[in-house]
Design a protein around this ligand. Structure first.
Ligand code: FES
Length: 274
């Protein structure tokens, strides 16, 4: 059992919790994730480790209440326990050698997994710019935390409630075309956002890393639930990722697989609302 020590409601859909998890806090690295089972008979849901504190033996999780299990997690309070956490899972991020400047692009809740990656680059002495995007101001995550180390931050919202009105892709094109040079782009957010970013960075030949979060069950490469086609071969996000070279990911296949479970997910959401 894993105790919730802190909880912050970020907005209507997004929450942040700090959980006591000594073995994960001791061993995790940027880019890794855990699989959470909120209750004994619950489903297994992958969540990125947004931050960790080795001394306090805690990890931080940020999640959007979009499905049955994350909504159930949202009902837990400080002092309550989570049934199981498995991890750290996945491969830690591989850093680009001799990078001088990189660009992070975070869409919505993608700000959580990108945060530890960018912070690590900053600690290595690399300049980090960030495009932080969300549908509106309320959904912009971790702005204060990023502002402590990000060199240039560009905010975009779909409705213009904060920063530039529009999508992260428009800001990306503007940055590239105005002469900014990046050794790598790291994009984390909705699949469709990462696909469009890769379409752009391919044209300019800027190496681009994406983080994939398909449906996962065992998290050990056994069930096949998280498979994807990568460079023409089958890979598993849980053991081969979750970070991949965006140029080699078959996004169209992933997008169609993502929609396969929509009806079932909707049914379970209703169950929790009853
Ligand atoms: Fe089962 Fe990745 S979650 S193979």
């Amino acid at each position: 059992m894993y105790k919730i020590l802190e909880k912050k409601i970020v907005n209507n859909d997004v929450e942040k919790i700090v959980v006591e998890a000594p073995h994960i806090a001791r061993n995790c690295k940027a880019g890794q994730f855990i699989i959470i089972m909120v209750e004994e008979d619950g489903e297994r849901v992958p969540l990125t480790i947004a931050d960790y504190d080795r001394e306090k033996k805690t990890i931080t999780l940020i999640y959007q209440k979009v499905g049955y299990s994350t909504k159930l997690l949202g009902t837990k309070k400080v002092g309550d326990t989570i049934f199981a956490l498995a991890g750290p899972l996945g491969k830690p991020v591989k850093h680009v050698e001799n990078a001088k400047r990189i660009l992070g692009i975070a869409g919505g809740v993608g700000a959580a997994p990108i945060y530890p990656q960018l912070k690590e680059y900053y600690k290595m002495g690399i300049k980090v710019d960030l495009i932080l995007g969300a549908r509106n101001e309320k959904y912009l995550l971790l702005e204060d935390e990023f502002s402590k180390f990000i060199d240039n931050m560009y905010i975009t919202t779909d409705d213009g409630s904060k920063g530039r009105k529009g999508f992260v892709t428009q800001q990306l094109i503007e940055l590239i075309e105005s002469g900014n040079k990046y050794d790598e782009v790291i994009a984390i957010g909705p699949l469709i956002m990462m696909k469009f970013i890769v379409d752009i960075t391919k044209k300019y030949n800027i190496k681009t890393s994406v983080s994939l979060n398909p449906i996962m069950i065992d998290g050990t490469g056994m069930c096949g639930g998280c498979r994807l086609t990568y460079d023409g071969k089958t890979k598993f996000a849980c053991v081969d990722g979750p970070d991949f070279d965006g140029f080699l990911v078959d996004f169209d296949e992933l997008l169609s697989r993502q929609n396969m479970y929509k009806d079932i997910e909707e049914k379970h959401k209703c169950r929790l609302d009853e």
